[in-house]
Write a protein that binds this ligand. Structure first.
Ligand code: OXD
Ligand code: MN
Length: 585
């Protein structure tokens, strides 16, 4: 089926281990896609949604114990434990294979084994990378077809350039006791068993485009990041591109598709990507970013015409929904969607919805999978082989206190420090407790395929290679008042902060220097039309020295867990900020 010997030998080997009934090489065609969907409709793995309101849309209900990423079952199997770092679960490659291979033995008996050649990144881009996922899940195939460029063209890319990432996936028996996701960065190999959930099963996404790619990027001198990419067009027609890292389920999709609020006539946001950015230094010294993905695998709850109209206008056709609720007439439904709550909802587990008994109707991590090019704000540069030039990098966490609405780092080193010390409250995107503050450097805690200390050093190394790097900012849309209410309206109004960021990049607006960075002068953020008084703005932009002394102590404790490898530059930042905030107490 392929002239690439490495690939054909691997497929033979995997088939011998997993013993499928047959092997199907995916060509990515429409016919293949329809046949797979018909098959899943016949087995009940897919349900057809209301054809009139949601043409060509489907619902998949997953196993109720398989609804999110499982960080405690995710491993980086580098030769040296120190290369995986304290940020990853580690096993030696030998131990990793020895643990996972027996789980694959015979796991595909009675099933079809699908071989999916895929490309992450635009066709023809020198930055795109290929992979092949072998899976026994037709749901994975139809989702991969949306999220990546799959099939013959990808196979040709592999045959031309030879190197590709191997990803072996099987649903196994879906038991959480026999579930694990293993990465072997030195072998460009992923093995995942026991879960059909997106981040664990669509191996091109988190496993390849972040964990394996971040480790490749380190050796090759580029960056693979958990970032959205957007272009902000001014009324003069100038487009400034921004990449922004937020932890999972913190609004990356909403920001990437933002519709400017009233008062911003003539402005436009272009969506390049909503989750992952691969960034390379160009010959002009700037960082250029591509979105390796071709679709969105977004969180449904909270998405509405109010919070994200572009997304709602993307989702109504050719979409696959996972674990949402449905109305009586088979329209998808989730908490936070527009309109009155319908009666007689069927919840994500196919039960009659009763909030008293069964809780939320849609699972909090229910998702949609949809092609990026259906999005009304999808950028004409979204498929550009060169990528787009990034002028600003934004880091952001979900924090009820401590972090101001926005600040700008003093320089690249301080920016890397701001990214490395990011913290955020946990969300439903991963299994485990929700709402706990945890350090999530560059929003990569679950996704960095190597030691964070080396990763920070890698980030820092860029300032030696270029003096045209993006400016770095930190934002927090989630600051709360004492009564628990959000202080900032968020969503479309975040445009005001984006405008300030772009103005800072152009040097057209002033800022106040504080120990933690530059913050907007009271009148430099455009608040026209917003009902926010000066006292609220002071709370939003406030930096309380005693709180920051505490924060800096916690950051230091966190860095210390990475031992001697932590770059001195980051400790120098701790010292500088500590001195400056202490002086203000
Ligand atoms: C995602 C995640 O699915 O970050 O994008 O969990
Ligand atoms: Mn993500």
């Amino acid at each position: 089926m392929t002239s690439n010997q490495d690939l054909s030998e691997w497929v033979t080997q995997v088939a011998a281990l997993t013993q499928p009934e047959s092997i199907h090489w995916c060509d990515g065609s429409e016919e293949e896609n329809s046949a797979l969907k018909e098959l899943m409709l016949s087995t009940g793995d897919l349900l057809r949604l209301n054809e009139e309101t949601h043409p060509n849309c489907f619902l998949h209900r997953s196993d109720p114990k398989d609804v999110a990423r499982v960080e405690h079952l995710t491993f980086v199997c580098a030769e040296l434990e120190d290369d995986a770092g304290p940020n990853n679960n580690w096993m030696s490659p030998d131990d990793g294979h020895a643990k996972i291979d027996p789980l694959f033995a015979g796991s595909m008996k009675g099933r079809v084994m699908y071989v999916i050649p895929y490309l992450m990144g635009p066709y023809g881009s020198p930055f795109s990378r290929a992979g092949v996922e072998i899976t026994d899940s037709p749901y994975v195939v139809v989702n991969m077809r949306i999220m990546a460029r799959i099939g013959e063209r990808a196979l040709h890319h592999i045959e031309d350039c030879k190197s590709f990432v191997k990803g072996l996936h099987s649903l196994g028996d879906l038991s959480p006791d026999r579930r694990c996701i293993m990465h072997f960065p030195e072998e460009l190999l992923i093995k995942s068993i026991g879960s059909g959930y997106g981040g664990n099963a669509l191996l091109g996404k988190k496993c390849h485009a972040l964990r394996i790619a971040s480790s490749q990027a380190r050796t090759e001198g580029w960056l693979a990041e958990h970032m959205l990419i957007l272009g902000l067009e001014s009324p003069a027609g100038e487009i400034t591109y921004v990449a922004a890292a937020f932890p999972s389920a913190c609004g990356k999709t909403n920001l990437a598709m933002l519709v400017p609020p009233e008062g911003y006539e003539g402005w436009k946001i272009w969506t390049v990507g909503d989750d992952i950015a691969w960034m390379h230094l160009g010959s002009d010294g700037r960082l250029w970013a591509i979105n390796p993905e071709a679709g969105f695998f977004g969180v449904a709850p909270g998405t509405s015409l109010k919070t994200n109209p572009n997304c709602m206008n993307t989702l109504g056709r050719n979409a696959i929904y996972t674990n949402v609720a449905v109305t009586e007439d088979m329209q998808p439904w989730w908490e936070g969607i527009d309109g009155e709550k319908p009666t007689n909802l069927i919840d994500w587990q196919a039960r009659k919805h009763d909030p008293e008994i069964t809780g939320k109707a849609a699972h909090p991590n229910s998702r949609f999978t949809v092609s990026a090019n259906q999005c009304p704000s999808f950028s004409p540069e979204g498929d550009a082989a060169s990528g787009v030039p990034i002028s600003a990098i934004i880091f952001g966490g979900r924090r009820a206190s401590v972090s101001p609405l926005v600040f700008e780092a003093m320089d690249w080193e301080h920016g890397v420090f701001a990214g490395a010390s990011m913290a955020s409250e946990t969300t439903a995107a991963a299994s485990g407790q929700i709402g706990q503050v945890r350090r999530d450097p560059m929003a990569m805690k679950p996704f960095c395929g190597y030691n964070f200390a080396d990763y920070w050093a890698h980030w820092l190394s860029f300032s030696k290679k270029s003096d045209k790097l993006p400016k770095v900012f930190h934002v927090n849309w989630f600051r709360k008042a004492e009564d628990g209410e959000f202080l900032w309206p968020g969503f479309g109004e975040n445009m005001r902060v984006l405008e300030w960021i772009v103005n800072r990049c152009e040097g057209s607006v002033e800022a106040d220097e504080t120990p933690i960075g530059y913050v907007p002068k009271p009148d430099s953020l455009n608040l026209a039309g917003l009902d926010i008084g000066p006292a609220t703005m002071r709370s939003l932009l406030g930096i309380t020295p005693s709180v920051w002394v505490n924060e800096i102590n916690e950051i230091e404790e966190y860095f210390n867990t990475f031992g001697k490898k932590v770059p001195d530059v980051l400790y120098a930042q701790i010292k500088r900020v500590r001195q400056a905030v202490s002086a203000e107490i």
